[in-house]
Design a binder for this molecule. Structure first.
Ligand SMILES: CC(C)(COP(=O)(O)OP(=O)(O)OC[C@H]1O[C@@H](n2cnc3c(N)ncnc32)[C@H](O)[C@@H]1OP(=O)(O)O)[C@@H](O)C(=O)NCCC(=O)NCCS
Length: 170
Protein backbone atom coordinates (compact mmCIF):
# COMPACT_ATOMS: atom_id res chain seq x y z
CA UNK A 1 0.00 0.00 0.00
CA UNK A 2 1.43 3.39 -1.00
CA UNK A 3 1.89 5.89 1.81
CA UNK A 4 2.30 9.63 1.39
CA UNK A 5 2.97 12.47 3.81
CA UNK A 6 1.94 16.12 3.40
CA UNK A 7 0.80 19.17 5.34
CA UNK A 8 -2.87 19.11 6.38
CA UNK A 9 -5.65 21.42 5.20
CA UNK A 10 -9.12 22.27 6.54
CA UNK A 11 -10.63 19.35 4.56
CA UNK A 12 -8.56 16.91 6.67
CA UNK A 13 -10.01 17.94 10.03
CA UNK A 14 -12.80 15.34 10.21
CA UNK A 15 -10.40 12.49 9.43
CA UNK A 16 -7.88 13.86 11.96
CA UNK A 17 -10.61 13.92 14.62
CA UNK A 18 -11.43 10.31 13.72
CA UNK A 19 -7.83 9.22 14.35
CA UNK A 20 -7.79 11.26 17.57
CA UNK A 21 -10.95 9.46 18.78
CA UNK A 22 -9.29 6.09 18.18
CA UNK A 23 -6.07 7.07 19.94
CA UNK A 24 -7.13 9.06 23.01
CA UNK A 25 -9.72 8.81 25.79
CA UNK A 26 -12.15 11.75 25.98
CA UNK A 27 -10.07 13.52 28.65
CA UNK A 28 -7.13 13.82 26.25
CA UNK A 29 -9.02 14.86 23.12
CA UNK A 30 -9.03 18.35 21.63
CA UNK A 31 -12.04 19.83 19.83
CA UNK A 32 -12.52 20.68 16.15
CA UNK A 33 -11.92 24.39 16.67
CA UNK A 34 -8.60 23.73 18.38
CA UNK A 35 -7.47 21.40 15.59
CA UNK A 36 -8.47 24.01 12.99
CA UNK A 37 -6.49 26.67 14.87
CA UNK A 38 -3.41 24.44 14.88
CA UNK A 39 -3.55 23.98 11.12
CA UNK A 40 -4.15 27.70 10.52
CA UNK A 41 -1.30 28.71 12.86
CA UNK A 42 1.38 26.22 11.87
CA UNK A 43 0.42 24.27 8.75
CA UNK A 44 4.06 24.07 7.59
CA UNK A 45 4.95 22.28 10.85
CA UNK A 46 2.15 19.72 10.71
CA UNK A 47 1.95 16.52 8.68
CA UNK A 48 -0.64 13.89 7.86
CA UNK A 49 -0.08 10.40 6.49
CA UNK A 50 -2.48 8.82 4.04
CA UNK A 51 -2.82 5.82 1.78
CA UNK A 52 -5.48 4.37 -0.53
CA UNK A 53 -7.86 4.04 2.44
CA UNK A 54 -7.44 7.65 3.51
CA UNK A 55 -5.77 9.61 6.31
CA UNK A 56 -4.41 7.38 9.07
CA UNK A 57 -1.93 9.44 11.11
CA UNK A 58 -0.96 13.00 11.97
CA UNK A 59 1.69 15.04 13.76
CA UNK A 60 1.04 18.63 14.88
CA UNK A 61 4.02 20.80 15.79
CA UNK A 62 4.96 24.49 15.99
CA UNK A 63 7.95 26.74 16.73
CA UNK A 64 8.37 27.33 20.45
CA UNK A 65 11.03 27.79 23.13
CA UNK A 66 12.84 25.06 25.03
CA UNK A 67 11.15 24.46 28.39
CA UNK A 68 7.76 25.88 27.38
CA UNK A 69 4.96 23.31 27.80
CA UNK A 70 1.78 23.69 25.74
CA UNK A 71 -1.22 22.89 27.97
CA UNK A 72 -3.81 20.42 26.75
CA UNK A 73 -6.20 22.36 24.48
CA UNK A 74 -3.92 25.42 24.55
CA UNK A 75 -3.56 27.36 21.31
CA UNK A 76 -0.40 27.26 19.22
CA UNK A 77 1.33 30.61 19.81
CA UNK A 78 4.00 30.38 17.12
CA UNK A 79 7.22 31.99 18.29
CA UNK A 80 9.13 33.53 15.40
CA UNK A 81 12.82 32.81 16.02
CA UNK A 82 11.97 30.12 18.61
CA UNK A 83 14.73 27.59 19.25
CA UNK A 84 12.54 24.49 19.60
CA UNK A 85 10.11 22.58 17.41
CA UNK A 86 7.40 21.54 19.85
CA UNK A 87 5.71 18.27 18.82
CA UNK A 88 2.28 18.64 20.34
CA UNK A 89 0.37 15.62 19.12
CA UNK A 90 1.34 12.45 17.24
CA UNK A 91 -1.30 9.80 16.62
CA UNK A 92 -1.51 6.75 14.37
CA UNK A 93 -4.74 4.90 13.60
CA UNK A 94 -5.01 1.32 14.88
CA UNK A 95 -5.06 0.02 11.31
CA UNK A 96 -1.47 1.30 10.83
CA UNK A 97 -0.13 0.83 14.37
CA UNK A 98 3.45 -0.38 14.79
CA UNK A 99 4.15 -0.23 11.07
CA UNK A 100 6.62 2.65 11.23
CA UNK A 101 4.21 5.51 10.47
CA UNK A 102 4.74 7.24 13.82
CA UNK A 103 8.50 6.99 13.40
CA UNK A 104 8.28 8.32 9.83
CA UNK A 105 6.34 11.37 11.04
CA UNK A 106 8.89 12.03 13.80
CA UNK A 107 11.72 11.76 11.25
CA UNK A 108 9.93 14.23 8.95
CA UNK A 109 9.53 16.70 11.81
CA UNK A 110 13.15 16.33 12.94
CA UNK A 111 14.43 16.80 9.38
CA UNK A 112 12.29 19.92 9.03
CA UNK A 113 13.52 21.23 12.41
CA UNK A 114 17.15 20.68 11.40
CA UNK A 115 16.65 22.35 8.03
CA UNK A 116 15.10 25.38 9.75
CA UNK A 117 17.87 25.72 12.32
CA UNK A 118 16.04 24.71 15.51
CA UNK A 119 18.40 23.57 18.28
CA UNK A 120 15.84 21.25 19.92
CA UNK A 121 12.65 19.31 19.46
CA UNK A 122 10.44 18.82 22.53
CA UNK A 123 7.11 17.34 23.57
CA UNK A 124 4.91 16.03 26.37
CA UNK A 125 4.84 12.22 26.37
CA UNK A 126 1.48 10.76 27.47
CA UNK A 127 -0.18 7.33 27.56
CA UNK A 128 3.04 5.47 28.29
CA UNK A 129 4.66 6.63 25.05
CA UNK A 130 7.93 7.65 26.74
CA UNK A 131 9.82 4.54 25.46
CA UNK A 132 8.77 5.38 21.89
CA UNK A 133 10.22 8.90 22.26
CA UNK A 134 13.37 7.58 23.94
CA UNK A 135 13.92 5.40 20.87
CA UNK A 136 13.90 8.65 18.91
CA UNK A 137 16.56 10.27 21.08
CA UNK A 138 14.34 12.25 23.47
CA UNK A 139 15.28 12.57 27.14
CA UNK A 140 13.46 13.92 30.20
CA UNK A 141 13.68 17.67 30.76
CA UNK A 142 12.54 19.13 34.08
CA UNK A 143 9.75 21.73 34.02
CA UNK A 144 11.46 25.11 34.28
CA UNK A 145 9.05 26.78 36.72
CA UNK A 146 5.63 26.51 38.34
CA UNK A 147 3.83 27.77 35.21
CA UNK A 148 5.33 25.01 33.09
CA UNK A 149 4.70 22.42 35.82
CA UNK A 150 1.03 23.54 35.92
CA UNK A 151 0.80 23.27 32.12
CA UNK A 152 2.12 19.71 32.37
CA UNK A 153 -0.56 18.88 34.92
CA UNK A 154 -3.32 19.69 32.42
CA UNK A 155 -2.58 16.22 30.96
CA UNK A 156 -4.36 13.40 32.82
CA UNK A 157 -2.26 10.40 33.80
CA UNK A 158 1.51 10.37 33.70
CA UNK A 159 2.85 13.10 31.45
CA UNK A 160 6.52 14.01 31.09
CA UNK A 161 8.23 16.81 29.17
CA UNK A 162 11.04 15.55 26.93
CA UNK A 163 13.54 17.14 24.60
CA UNK A 164 16.02 16.11 21.96
CA UNK A 165 19.03 18.25 21.13
CA UNK A 166 19.40 18.64 17.38
CA UNK A 167 22.46 20.86 17.23
CA UNK A 168 24.60 22.79 19.68
CA UNK A 169 23.37 26.21 20.78
CA UNK A 170 24.91 29.07 18.85
C1 LIG B 1 2.97 6.33 19.99
C2 LIG B 1 2.53 6.06 18.55
C3 LIG B 1 2.41 7.39 17.81
C4 LIG B 1 3.60 5.21 17.87
O1 LIG B 1 3.32 5.11 16.48
P1 LIG B 1 3.56 3.76 15.64
O2 LIG B 1 3.45 4.11 14.20
O3 LIG B 1 2.65 2.70 16.14
O4 LIG B 1 5.06 3.39 16.03
P2 LIG B 1 6.22 2.83 15.07
O5 LIG B 1 5.69 1.71 14.28
O6 LIG B 1 6.86 3.96 14.34
O7 LIG B 1 7.27 2.35 16.16
C5 LIG B 1 7.09 1.11 16.74
C6 LIG B 1 7.95 1.00 17.99
O8 LIG B 1 7.81 2.11 18.85
C7 LIG B 1 7.55 1.64 20.19
N1 LIG B 1 6.16 1.99 20.48
C8 LIG B 1 5.15 2.20 19.62
N2 LIG B 1 4.04 2.58 20.26
C9 LIG B 1 4.36 2.60 21.56
C10 LIG B 1 3.64 2.95 22.72
N3 LIG B 1 2.35 3.33 22.67
N4 LIG B 1 4.28 2.87 23.90
C11 LIG B 1 5.56 2.51 23.97
N5 LIG B 1 6.31 2.18 22.89
C12 LIG B 1 5.71 2.25 21.70
C13 LIG B 1 7.77 0.14 20.19
O9 LIG B 1 9.12 -0.11 20.50
C14 LIG B 1 7.50 -0.21 18.76
O10 LIG B 1 8.25 -1.30 18.33
P3 LIG B 1 7.58 -2.78 18.43
O11 LIG B 1 6.27 -2.70 17.69
O12 LIG B 1 8.61 -3.61 17.75
O13 LIG B 1 7.41 -3.04 19.88
C15 LIG B 1 1.18 5.30 18.49
O14 LIG B 1 1.28 4.19 19.35
C16 LIG B 1 -0.03 6.12 18.88
O15 LIG B 1 -0.64 6.78 18.06
N6 LIG B 1 -0.42 6.06 20.16
C17 LIG B 1 -1.65 6.72 20.62
C18 LIG B 1 -1.49 8.22 20.68
C19 LIG B 1 -0.36 8.61 21.61
O16 LIG B 1 -0.33 8.25 22.77
N7 LIG B 1 0.60 9.38 21.06
C20 LIG B 1 1.75 9.84 21.80
C21 LIG B 1 1.52 11.23 22.19
S1 LIG B 1 2.90 11.85 23.15
Amino acid sequence: MTRAYRSPGPADVSAILGVQRECYPAALREDRQTVEQRIAAARDFCWVAHDEQGLFAYLFAYPSTLGRVTPLGGLFHVQPGGDTLYLHDLAVSRRAARSGAGSNLVELAVASALARGFTHAALVAVQGSRPFWEQHGFVLHEAADTTQAANLQTYPGTAVYMRRQLRSNK
